[in-house]
Design a protein around this ligand. Structure first.
Ligand code: OGA
Ligand code: ZN
Ligand code: ZN
Length: 421
């Protein structure tokens, strides 16, 4: 039997309009697409697709740009290869037809034909609901901000052996890390390579001038105040990198047996949003004035001199908080701002510092714990401690980038997400 004859039975085609009919018994047709109608809009700019309850519009210029035929799209690299030098931005449609029960065909006035599936179109809908779903689901999981009192509810724990052996545990761990900015892995072996092993389950370690990994131990003549046994003020790591490391993995191998060495952790996005609501002036100052972040010194006889200028609260162009940078020791004494803005900036800093301390959760990692912290969002610190002759506090850490984590999440979500678009 001739398939195209069947399609004609199933569809009404009058050059510019396609309607999938209800005669399902003649042809296997996806229930969702029955009754769907498509036509070119009256202004000749869009394809209008009418579903049972709503209408989507797809600009013709976008459709032509996203033709998936082999001349326009290279399948194995999933890349557009349409020649844009010759692209006609006023492209028009000669006719639209139902190619079969799940695809629509557009014949363009440049003699090109494009085929799109209803499914492909629906996923790329320009409607607000579809775009919000894409942005919060596939693009980047929506963050849930937390206050000090919520910390022990949001701190999810995972077993080290599960993260190492099971992709589903890896997926859930990374998702919680993206949502809450903090997670704990328990029962890691007391081995200096465990953070690296976990990082390689995700992608690879982000190297910095401190090396692939760093050892947090109290040492004489250190090049970083983290390597003292003093209290470590709340901070983000490496604010002087333009591309600051996304996530810190910190493996506790030996912990102080006394009162010292505990961790402090604050969701600085929560604090910044609180400032936005309660102290708009402080928020505006901290999110608009550049700060000079600095690290200068030597590691393994290799000198470094990093400077990066950016505000403490970095906003995207929609006003959403993108990043937090804060480190008292790593803020330069060069402050290249207008002199009259200096005191207001310090006043705002004081408000911020008071808030991050009053919103800090206190806990203490134990040997075998790997703490993962979103370094673009949380500030972390440590209580001072005193090493003894037998017990010297010892942590090993390394960094991971959010690009790699988000990529791994998208790869894994195809298998493990509860609802995958
Ligand atoms: C660091 C750091 C935390 C700790 O080294 O940057 O934050 O618990 N260390 O020692
Ligand atoms: Zn094409
Ligand atoms: Zn740190």
């Amino acid at each position: 039997m001739n398939v195209s004859r069947f399609i004609r039975v199933l569809t009404q085609i009058n050059n510019n309009e396609v309607i999938l009919s209800r005669k399902r018994n003649l042809f296997k047709i996806n229930r969702r697409w029955i009754g769907i109608q498509a036509k070119v809009s009256d202004d000749n700019e869009c394809l209008e697709v009418k579903y049972q309850k709503r209408t989507d519009k797809f600009p013709l210029i976008w459709l032509r740009d996203n033709c998936t035929c082999e001349n326009c799209f290279h399948k194995s690299s999933q890349s557009r290869i349409i020649n844009w030098k010759d692209f006609d931005i006023n492209i028009k449609v000669n006719s639209v037809e139902a190619k079969d029960e799940s695809n629509i065909e557009i014949n363009w006035n440049d003699n090109h034909k494009s085929v799109y599936s209803w499914d492909w179109l629906e996923k790329r809908s320009f409607s607000e609901a579809a775009q919000v779903k894409y942005l919060n689901d596939l693009y980047i999981p929506t963050k849930k901000l937390w206050s000090k009192n919520e910390f022990f509810d949001v701190l999810k724990s995972y077993e080290h052996k599960d993260i190492v052996n099971e992709d589903e545990a890896l997926y859930n761990w990374l998702k919680d890390l993206a949502i809450y900015g903090v997670t704990l892995i328990r029962n890691a072996f007391e081995n200096e390579k465990e953070c690296q092993k976990i990082s390689e389950r995700v992608a690879f370690v982000k190297k910095t001038h401190y090396g692939e990994s760093f050892h947090v131990v109290a040492k004489e003549g250190t090049n970083n105040v983290a390597y003292l046994s003093n209290p470590l003020q709340l901070h983000t790591d490496l604010p002087y990198y333009h591309y600051q490391p996304g996530v810190i993995l910190l493996h506790c191998i030996v912990q102080n047996k006394g009162k010292g060495g505990g961790n402090l952790l604050t969701d600085a996005f929560y604090v910044a949003e609180k400032l936005r609501n309660e102290n708009k002036d402080a928020f505006n100052v901290l999110s608009s004035m550049d700060v000079n972040w600095l690290d200068v010194g030597e590691e393994d006889a290799v000198p470094f001199h990093k400077i990066h200028r950016e505000p403490m609260i970095v906003l995207d162009r929609h006003g959403n908080i993108r990043t937090i940078r804060h480190s008292i020791p790593q803020r330069d004494s060069y402050f290249t701002v207008n002199i009259e803005d200096v005191k207001p900036w310090y006043k705002a800093l004081k408000v911020f510092v008071d808030e991050i301390y009053s919103n800090a959760a206190h806990f203490k990692t134990q040997p075998g714990d790997i703490l993962a912290v979103d370094n673009t969002r949380l500030v972390h610190g440590r209580l001072g401690y005193q090493d003894t002759k037998d017990v010297k506090r010892f942590l090993v850490g390394n960094y991971l980038d959010w690009d790699e984590i988000h990529s791994k999440l998208r790869v894994l979500r195809k298998r493990f997400a509860k609802s995958s678009p």
